[in-house]
Write a protein that binds this ligand. Structure first.
Ligand SMILES: Nc1ncnc2c1ncn2[C@@H]1O[C@H](COP(=O)(O)OP(=O)(O)OP(=O)(O)O)[C@@H](O)[C@H]1O
Length: 279
């Protein structure tokens, strides 16, 4: 299928924990066009995995809306969400082998991942061989997963995520623990999938090479979109409630509670910090 658009509006996710509630996402606004490649980066605990889990339909947002294409996933039943995951959504979890049956062949792994789409959209079922070719594993179909190198296992995990020809591929840390050659092979595979199928790709990563290869890098900070890099330039982002985050390095000079006067001067926004009263 064609690439799916992603729209998040004021998305809030709260985990109910014993020690108290944890606000993992505090109002995420994000738009991803069909066929875009987006890297999600940010400090540990900032909410990246939570956002991916919401996009993967593994849970529903506590508040706000998540649209995948025309579908508001908050309105789907559990059964409908599960169906979406095996058809329109491809999810590749962190750690290649978590997505694979290690003692089965690559071809069997792909075949198993196609079982839902075989019922729902049989016309979209591609031969296992062409899915393997897409990730650079042509001729590996009869190899057992546990006999593949770590880099080839990661591409096998991508093949399984792509087996149903999803419109959106979500990948958690696709290049972690790979050597530079294997990493480049994974990046080329993602590039090929995106170019040939138009699949929208969202990857959580700590690897700057992924961000550079993708071109669009969204930084999640404290459960919000903190900044965005495009074509190597870094931008601040206006959130749905009108707020803009300062770059973290500035917070030392302008701590929470600092007052700014805000002026629009010929299209440039001027912020001037109020000097603390002498005293
Ligand atoms: N199941 C859960 N129950 C309670 N709190 C959770 C749960 N999952 C995540 N959190 C908390 O939500 C916040 C966001 O976590 P999340 O895993 O989404 O961040 P992350 O950016 O993916 O971090 P990392 O890069 O370390 O994977 C953190 O404070 C985390 O401790």
């Amino acid at each position: 299928m064609n690439g799916l658009a992603v729209i998040c509006r004021r998305v809030v996710q709260i985990y109910r924990a014993e020690g108290g509630d944890v606000v993992a996402l505090a109002g995420v606004d994000l738009e991803i066009a069909p066929g875009e490649k987006v890297a999600l980066v940010g400090p540990s605990g900032s909410g990246k995995s939570t956002l991916i889990a919401l996009l993967a339909g593994l849970m529903r947002p506590s508040a706000g809306r998540v649209h995948l294409g025309q579908t508001d996933i908050g309105k789907l039943t559990d059964g409908e969400l599960a169906r979406l995951r095996g058809t329109d959504l491809g999810v590749v979890l962190q750690g290649a082998t978590r997505n694979l049956l290690p003692y089965a062949t690559l071809e069997d792994n792909i075949w198993l991942a196609q079982r839902r789409v075989r019922k729902v959209r049989p016309a979209d079922v591609e031969p296992a061989e062409s899915v393997a070719a897409l990730v650079g594993l042509l001729g590996y179909g009869d190899r057992r997963i546990d006999q593949l190198s770590p880099g080839a296992q990661q591409r096998a995990a991508l093949a399984v995520g792509l087996a149903a020809s999803p419109g959106l591929l979500l990948v958690d840390e696709p290049t972690s623990r790979l050597d530079p050659v294997a990493r480049d092979e994974v990046l080329s595979a993602l590039d090929r999938v995106n170019a040939e199928r138009g699949t929208t790709i969202v990857a959580v990563t700590h690897d700057m090479a992924v961000g550079e290869a993708f071109g669009r890098v969204v930084t999640i900070r404290d459960g919000r979109v903190g900044a965005e890099g495009r074509g190597g330039r870094e931008f601040a982002v206006v959130a749905g409630d009108g707020t803009v985050q300062l770059p973290p390095a500035m917070l030392a000079s302008y701590p929470p509670g600092t007052l700014f006067s805000v002026d629009d001067v010929d299209g440039a926004v001027m912020l001037e910090a109020e000097k603390p009263a002498a005293g």
